[in-house]
Ligand binder design. Structure first.
Ligand code: PMV
Length: 355
């Protein structure tokens, strides 16, 4: 299956310089990917909303070189960032088989995140997706001849090898990743956009306001977290439940049942953090203010009947999910009651993007 992604470039047009750019949004999983095996194969299927305003824009500049090996420098907001270059080199090593032209150029990656670097929002999904799209553009310019659909599939395939969840950021809307028996065309190797015709209108204009509870580095990286799912006593149950939850979610997405959506999505978020707490060694990525916000949301829902739900990433920040018809009332509540739990009062208002 991987064979299809090996570059078909035959002519050698190595003596070219140029630049390509791409912009990719972050995504928030509703059914979470947590656990993988080599090479970046997920242990269960996942689905996410692609966001709009939280994005990475990347420009890939290249000039020909003669020496062997990878040569890449990364600039974040115009400043050389020594920390990122080894990560990109590791990424290049993983994808070299599929992009044999990587050693032919010296690269400069100029990248900008729309969200603050320290916000605790992972830039790996948006960043690696943008980078993969640039690489596919480069391949095309070298004679790649991929059809538009194949270009996106290859970008998703490459992005996955950089950071699993990044493969979903290549597409708009609701995006699935992971092979299963109930979704035609699903794959472990790349993500697939979920057909809009299967989604009720209410889920196409959803809001995601991200409460920045704790800015700065997480205590446990997602690489370490994924690894702790190996030999985890609840791993198999978690993978099975995630797949079942995805199957249930697809029915909910079609029906427009907001209450069922919230129940399932919150359960997924809690399951993710529960398996973290039951890992060896155990760890907790929620902060006291994360927990305080969850209580506030439950209380608010009970009092108002409005459809304000939460989900969590592998971190302390809380993603507030709500339909656009209720946005005005809910955003007043966020400003008056939840903003105070954010570090420096910061939050990011985002919406899902169906293109
Ligand atoms: O793509 P990674 O390795 O950063 O893992 C992401 C895992 C979660 O964000 C917690 C869940 C998901 O499916 O995006």
């Amino acid at each position: 299956m991987e064979q299809q992604f090996i570059s078909r470039i035959t002519s050698s047009r190595k003596n070219v310089s140029g630049r390509f750019s791409a912009k990719s949004p972050s995504n928030i999983a509703l059914v979470k990917y947590w656990g993988k095996r080599d090479p970046q194969i997920p242990t269960n299927s996942s689905i996410s909303y692609t966001l709009t305003h939280s994005f990475t824009s990347t420009e890939l500049r290249f000039v020909p070189k003669q020496s062997a090996g990878f040569d890449v420098k990364v600039f974040l907001d115009g400043e050389l960032n020594e920390g990122f270059a080894p990560k990109i080199r590791t990424f290049f090593k993983r994808i070299a088989n599929y992009c044999p032209f990587l050693e032919d150029f010296s690269f400069e990656v100029h990248t900008h995140n729309s969200f603050p670097h320290s916000s605790g929002i992972a830039s790996s999904a948006s960043g690696l997706s943008a980078m993969a799209i640039c690489l596919v553009q480069l391949e095309q310019s070298l004679g790649g001849e991929l059809l538009e659909e194949e270009q996106l599939k290859k970008a998703s395939f490459l992005a996955r090898l950089g950071s699993g969840s990044a493969c979903r950021s290549v597409y708009h809307g609701l995006v699935e990743w992971g092979e299963n028996s109930f979704m035609k065309g699903s794959s472990d190797l790349y993500a697939t956009p979920y057909p809009p015709a299967e989604i009720h209108e209410v889920f196409k204009t959803f809001h995601d306001t991200i409460l920045l509870i704790h800015e700065g580095q997480k205590s446990v990286s997602s690489t370490v977290g994924h690894n702790l799912m190996n030999n985890h006593p609840y791993a198999d149950l978690r993978f099975q439940l995630a797949n079942e939850n995805l199957q249930k979610l697809l029915i909910i997405l079609k029906s427009g049942d907001l209450a069922a959506f919230g129940e399932l999505v919150e359960h997924e978020a809690m399951s993710l953090h529960a398996v973290m707490m039951m890992s060896s060694p155990a760890y907790i990525l929620m902060q006291p203010n994360t927990v305080a916000v969850l209580h506030k949301i439950w209380e608010y829902r009970q009092q108002t009947g409005l459809h304000l739900f939460f989900t969590l990433d592998a971190g302390a920040n809380v993603h507030l999910l709500y339909p656009s018809a209720e946005a005005e009332a809910i955003e007043t509540f966020i400003d008056t009651e939840l903003k105070g739990f954010c570090q420096n009062g910061n939050y990011i208002k985002d919406v899902v993007n169906f293109g």
